[in-house]
Design a protein. Sequence first.
Lengths: 115, 151
Amino acid sequence: MTNDALFDVTESGHSKVPIVNARGEIDVSTSPELHDVLAGVISRRPELVIVNLSEVTFIDSTGLGVLVGTARDLRAKGGELRLVATQPHIIKLLELTGLDEMFDVLPDTKAAVTR
Amino acid sequence: MSTMSVPGSVGTDHLNRRVEISIPADAQMLFLARMTGAAVATRADLPYDQVEDLRLAIDELCIGLLSSSRGAGQIALLFQWDDGGTLDVVGTSVPAGDPSRSGHRPQEPRHVLSFELSRRILDALVDEHGADDMGGVHRAWLRVRRRDYSA
């Protein structure tokens, strides 16, 4: 089993509100892939980016670091990053690191887009 | 971060409460440490939430060891637990070459941010944790005590 099998990231939505859908485990070996995808997305200067973590089963400090770094870069360009998270342990992790105060965390992509 | 000394024992020397693994110091191998940690935590009869917490805590422990190993050598992990619900994990990065040439790489801002997040995670999830460097060998440890959710 390699980590390629443990992680996948795709993009959906549209140019103004791209949605980055991550699945599986975001750790030190897979967070660079998430970083690269998000860097490509924010280079197009969207106003809003949604990162959908609803199918993420594990995320560590390197994955959270990617999200925080991306949010900062996006804010510097006048944009905003919102998260979709439904897994209790992912929400708990956002809370215990204080990142729930940095990000809007929504229960689904529709809510994240329309909020 | 706690200043506890490296745990040598949690009060038992029973070999059936001691697990050792060694994995390549390769980011793609950390899932093995997480899996082993979860299995050991289950064997130590920690509640489900703590098993999940320990899985993440061991990952964070190993990230620090990986950073010091420069992606070469081995990461050795020792798990020990007792009947009282205390579980210790001691990790050591064993460099492939000259230990004196190992150590943390200069960190990019993104890595510094992750380091701070890692510290916050360990502070929140485990009862004690710490790390040190001796002769180029990086060591990190943590201790968890079984939580009683019935209270």
